[in-house]
Write a protein that binds this ligand. Sequence first.
Ligand code: 5GP
Length: 194
Amino acid sequence: MKLLEDRIREQGQVRPGNVLKVDCFLNHQLDVDLLDAIGGEFHRLFAGQGINKILTIEASGIAIACMAARHFKVPVVFAKKAKSKNIDGEVYTSTVHSYTYGRDYDITLAKKFLGPADRVLILDDFLANGKAMRGLLDVCRQAGATVAGIGVCIEKGFQPGGAELRAEGYRVASLAIVDAMGDDGSLTFRRQED
Ligand code: 5GP
């Protein structure tokens, strides 16, 4: 998606540890017009798949999911990053390793919001090693929900998450794929084939 690539080139900042900061427009300060265009693009890519729910993870995925949901006209449900309180079996839980913070955390989702009748589009801001996505897929598996597709704004193509998910048969659409980040702050993008 050229609009997103252009913005990443203009305002993205390469940080040590292969971290790309996009907090000017995507995950701290939010450019709502850009997010609306992103939501429209996800709708163009996944329309007609019978999607009845969008699943994401707090906090950065929520705005993206909400803007996409306006195009799909379906609800958003987000996994919470909280200590598991699965005493009474009312929530699905999974453990995720955080790339940016370098530690594990639990995610939870109330069972009443996801079940076998759901065809889910999973959305997030970044796909790197795929750990956050694995947690969301695990929650879908526990719920018996069908994963109709995975959409991310920025895939870091030099990390294995996207390739692994595609090899497993998931349809993964990334609006911008960064193949390389140079020490000088330079970025190389790849266009997705499918
Ligand atoms: P993964 O679990 O695929 O390794 O990483 C995805 C999660 O880590 C995303 O939810 C995102 O919040 C965060 N993340 C991974 N890489 C980056 C990055 O380069 N920049 C930012 N801002 N977040 C990242």
